[in-house]
Structures are given as structure tokens and as C-alpha cells.
Design a protein around this ligand. Structure first.
Ligand SMILES: [Zn+2]
Length: 278
């Protein structure tokens, strides 16, 4: 397994989580961000060595600790850049609770305010997305999802990296017929959805511009899917707060009992300690 040439973090082969530098070293997204670059849009990677990147990180740290951008910030920036060139497709079902502000090739829509998305089927919450898989001619090339070790994000500027990494051991066929993203959704009636990335059904040579264009669009949607899963996992990890609130509520209840003379000061203190884990 490769590891980041700067921080040493392991980088799973299949993950879209690394950037290749001049000299062939790979570094993780975090180290690229620390140097002040957006790993999804940074194009100077192949003319930057590890030493140069390290110097940039050191320089930034010395200057002022720049606020590290969250993945969602980066996603928004990346999408905003493309926004002007993309129109909303006819399939987006705009309503009061779904107003997509991001559109991907008339196949995938996101409402980042209401945290909803839609492919070709119904509108879903972020948390409905369980996993995704990119398939070429029915075989899985890359996958990710809740609890998966595969880390997404996009490696714009190195098209083919995903396919190359996943199929490194196998010999690639020269032609590709179908390119599909399979989504697994928390929906009993319709647990699987497909986004067809080659709807015209033309047989493409792997070296063709059409294939590369389709692959680039695929990567963009895949990175989106990964970020949606990460964001919904983040918000599901929030119960820490509600625990604290529960404890506070409980303490208030016991305080009322104390004030009413129903329990003693000692009993109240003991209960409070227990609730606060002191
Ligand atoms: Zn690193």
C-alpha cells in the first residue's frame, strides 16, 4: 500500500485520495491542502516535488495558520467553477424541499442546502446513500460507501487514475461498451439505481477522447457521492451533543427535586457526578 511521502499516512490503492508529484511520490489530500492547494483542482502537481510541497507547507504554517478547508467547501468551490457551463436538466424535480444547486451532466443533482440528491429516480436525503460502485462492462472498477476503506474525493487532472489503480493487475481491454455507476440506496422498494455514463451505447476505444470525457464526468460524480456519504456520516456522528443535553436535562430534574426537598443535597451531588461522568 502506498503512503503519503510527507505525513506517512497509508493510502489505499483504490482510493481517490492521493496526488502524484514530480518524481513519482504520492501525497495525501490533507498534505496538499496544508500547502494551500485544492487537491481537486490543483494542476501543478507534476511540476512540484515533495521538497517543494514541504517548503510550501512550512511557509504557510509560518505565515498564518490558514483555515483548512473542509471537504464540502472544496466540493462547493469545485462545483461553482463548473456551474456556469452546466444547466439543470429536465429530469431535476424542483420543489420547495429540493432545489438542486449543483447539476452533473443532466444525470445527477444535488441540493446542498436541503442536503438532498437525485439521480434518475426519486429525490433522496444524503443519508439514504449507502454505497456506490463504478462498473465498466458489468465489472466493478471502484467502489465506496458507508464503512468502506475506500476514500473518495476526486483526482481531477489525472483521468484514468481510478481505472488504472483498480485494474493494475488485470490487462485492460482496448474497448469499453458500458460505463455505469450503481447506487445502493436505503429504499426498500427501489434499493438500486444506475447512472448510465455512456447512454448512447457506443463502443469506445479506451484511448479515445469520448471515453476520457465520460471517465472524467464519472469521476466527478463519484467524488460527489463519496462526499455525500462522508457528510451524512459526519452528521450521524453528532449524538455526543445530545448526550450532553440529556445529562443537563437530567441534572435540572434532580435540581428541582432537591429544591422541592424530595432528595438530599448529598443525593443530588451524587446523581450530578454520575451524570457528568466525574
Ligand atoms: Zn500526508
Amino acid at each position: 500500500m502506498p503512503s503519503c511521502a510527507i505525513c506517512g499516512k497509508n493510502l489505499p490503492m483504490l482510493g481517490i485520495n492521493k496526488v502524484r508529484l514530480k518524481g513519482g511520490d504520492v501525497v495525501c489530500f490533507d498534505c496538499v491542502k496544508k500547502a494551500g492547494h485544492n487537491p481537486m483542482t490543483w494542476t501543478k502537481n507534476l511540476s512540484t516535488t515533495v521538497d517543494m510541497l514541504q517548503a510550501e507547507i512550512a511557509g504557510i504554517n509560518k505565515a498564518e495558520p490558514e483555515k483548512q478547508k473542509s471537504d464540502i467547501d472544496i466540493m462547493k468551490e469545485t462545483f461553482d467553477k463548473r456551474r456556469s457551463s452546466l444547466g439543470l436538466g429536465a429530469k431535476a424535480r424542483v420543489s420547495d424541499t429540493f432545489r438542486p444547486d449543483k447539476s452533473f451532466y443532466k444525470r445527477f443533482y444535488i441540493d446542498t442546502i436541503h442536503k438532498k440528491w437525485q439521480a434518475l429516480g426519486p429525490v433522496h436525503n444524503y443519508s439514504d446513500l449507502v454505497s456506490y460502485e463504478y462498473q465498466e462492462d458489468g465489472g466493478t472498477v471502484v467502489s465506496g460507501g458507508v464503512g468502506s476503506a475506500v476514500i473518495g474525493g476526486a483526482l481531477f487532472g489525472s483521468i484514468g487514475a481510478v481505472v488504472g489503480a483498480a485494474t493494475g493487475k488485470k490487462k485492460l481491454s482496448d474497448y469499453v461498451n458500458s460505463m455505469k455507476i450503481r447506487l445502493t440506496v436505503k429504499d426498500m422498494n427501489n434499493p438500486t439505481e444506475y447512472i448510465d455514463m455512456n447512454p448512447v451505447r457506443i463502443r469506445m476505444k479506451r484511448s479515445s477522447g469520448q471515453y476520457r470525457k465520460n471517465l472524467e464526468e464519472t469521476q466527478e460524480i463519484l467524488s460527489c457521492l463519496e462526499l455525500i456519504i462522508r457528510e451524512s456520516q459526519k452528521s450521524q456522528r453528532a449524538p455526543e451533543n445530545s448526550k450532553t443535553t440529556d445529562a443537563a436535562d437530567e441534572i435540572l430534574k434532580y435540581k428541582k427535586l432537591l429544591d422541592a426537598g424530595a432528595i438530599t443535597q448529598e443525593e443530588y451531588q451524587a446523581k450530578k457526578k454520575q451524570l457528568l461522568n466525574l
